[in-house]
Design a binder for this molecule. Structure first.
Ligand code: EPZ
Length: 415
């Protein structure tokens, strides 16, 4: 339940990045030594990954707040079951490391999801190019391999987890692997840095061409996960949409350049330091901005819904073009329940900003859509009830505490 309560003010700390934590947890499958991971966010998806690993026989032990020690020396099975994969598609990230280290994997094929078909064909074709034998049977990906061989792989489409899966497969493969048209997201770089700390030989992470020289084994390491740039951007918009002033600390401005440019275009004052970003809206109504999503370093699709919420109350008409996923506008219908004026034409949304939204019951459909509904509710007059907030808990750590710390009237109700 959220009641619009005027401008938000204050400071909030970013948590570790969900989309770096998930592949890095899976990287522990690549060694018999212990991988210690720090700055882990307390999220539903991190817990699902922990359960996915422990049901394989991986030891995952708490090592202080936000830290775990993971050891996969004596895993008993290489299976990622349907009941876990259906709740989190990123479970596919065990496929590459299991094939590289154990030579086998049975991973339930991730179904579709709310935002799109999201096939994994590029993961599978890349692994086959490295010598894996893969067959789909009964909803499972059944994969086997002797020692994987390095290959030159060119991705048809930029894929974040596809790049991560093949990067993890390549570090123990025979010879050199080249990943062309690779994803450049900071989370890919963070995974690569962790793998290098474990003894891998990787060049070019963060560029479109990554070169890996396979080694015979990896050893343990201690790695701290980078801050969550999407959580950071979400809180910056919470400040902008309520016309307040919010500083996010323990983050990294360099990961969000495209988003900061758009916030400035929307009329926000943006200041940055080494590990903080501050948005100051100075009580002014935001101006409408045009967005189109692209792979990093362009504007991130995971910030699209949040910016649609901002455009809903902005001055002027904003257009948003979603080029990554084919169905990532489900939040538009819910925002219209709050009084937003949005027209959808194919993969483009045209938003005619209104002065004020009015609270109403709405329903979350996916992780970032639910964040957009919370943001809109913070700026709306009256009370908004957001249902199905389990979507939010997948990717935002203690979101109501963090928002309350900024002056929001928000509480979790059961039932
Ligand atoms: C990652 O998903 C993120 N998840 C997503 O974040 C994010 O939205 C997405 O990258 C894009 O940035 C994690 O990192 C765990 P893709 P991923 O493979 O890897 C097509 C969130 O909110 N494609 O980069 O699944 C695909 O259909 C989540 O935290 C193929 O066609 O996305 C899509 O159109 C949501 N074949 C495009 O590529 C493939 O084999 C980009 O998808 C793989 C992908």
């Amino acid at each position: 339940m959220i009641e619009g309560n005027g401008p938000l003010y204050g400071e909030v700390r970013a948590s570790g990045a969900k989309n770096a934590a998930l592949p890095i947890l899976c990287a522990a499958l690549l060694t018999d030594d212990t991988l210690t991971i720090r700055n882990l966010p307390q999220l539903w998806d991190v817990d699902t990954t922990r359960r996915l690993l422990t049901q394989m026989g991986v030891a995952v032990n708490l090592a202080g707040p936000g830290a775990v020690e993971v050891n996969a020396a004596s895993i008993s099975t290489c299976v990622a079951p349907y009941e876990l994969v259906k709740t989190m598609r990123a479970s596919i990230l065990v496929l590459g490391p299991l094939l590289a280290k154990r030579g086998e994997a049975q991973v339930s094929l991730p179904g579709g999801c709310a935002i799109g078909a999201r096939p994994v064909d590029l993961h599978l074709s890349g692994l086959e190019a490295m010598g894996a034998e893969i067959e789909l049977d009964g909803g499972f990906i059944n994969a086997r391999a002797g020692r994987l061989r390095g290959a030159h792989i060119v991705f048809d489409t930029v894929t974040v987890t596809g790049t991560e899966n093949l990067l993890m497969a390549a570090v123990l493969a025979e010879g050199q692997t080249i990943l062309d048209n690779a994803a450049r997201e900071p989370e890919v770089v963070d995974l690569a840095n962790c793998l290098v700390a474990m003894g891998a030989t990787i060049e070019g992470a963060g560029t479109s061409t990554i070169r890996v020289q396979g080694v015979s084994r990896l050893h343990g390491a201690v790695h701290s996960v980078i801050p969550d740039r999407i959580e950071t951007g979400t809180f910056l918009i919470a400040g902008a949409i309520t016309r307040g002033q919010v500083r996010v600390t323990h983050t990294d401005p360099a990961m969000l350049e495209a988003v900061l440019v758009k916030l400035q275009q929307a009329g926000a004052g943006v200041e940055t330091g080494g590990d903080w970003i501050e948005v100051d809206m100075r009580h002014r109504r935001p101006r409408a901005v045009d967005i189109h999503t692209t792979p990093h370093p362009g504007f991130p699709t995971d910030m699209q819904a949040q910016f649609m919420a901002l455009d809903c109350v902005a001055e002027g008409v904003g257009t948003i073009r979603e080029t990554i996923f084919e169905n990532r506008f489900m939040h538009a219908q819910e925002l219209m329940r709050l009084g937003a004026q949005i027209a959808i034409e194919g993969n483009t949304a045209i938003i005619n900003g209104v002065e004020r939204l009015d609270g109403a019951p709405v329903m979350a459909t996916d992780l970032r859509a639910s964040a957009a509904l919370v943001l809109a509710a913070l700026s709306a007059d009256g009370i908004t009830r957001v249902d199905r907030v389990y979507h939010i808990d997948r990717g935002y750590e203690h979101i109501e505490e963090k928002l309350r710390g900024l002056g929001a009237l928000i509480r979790r109700v059961t039932g």
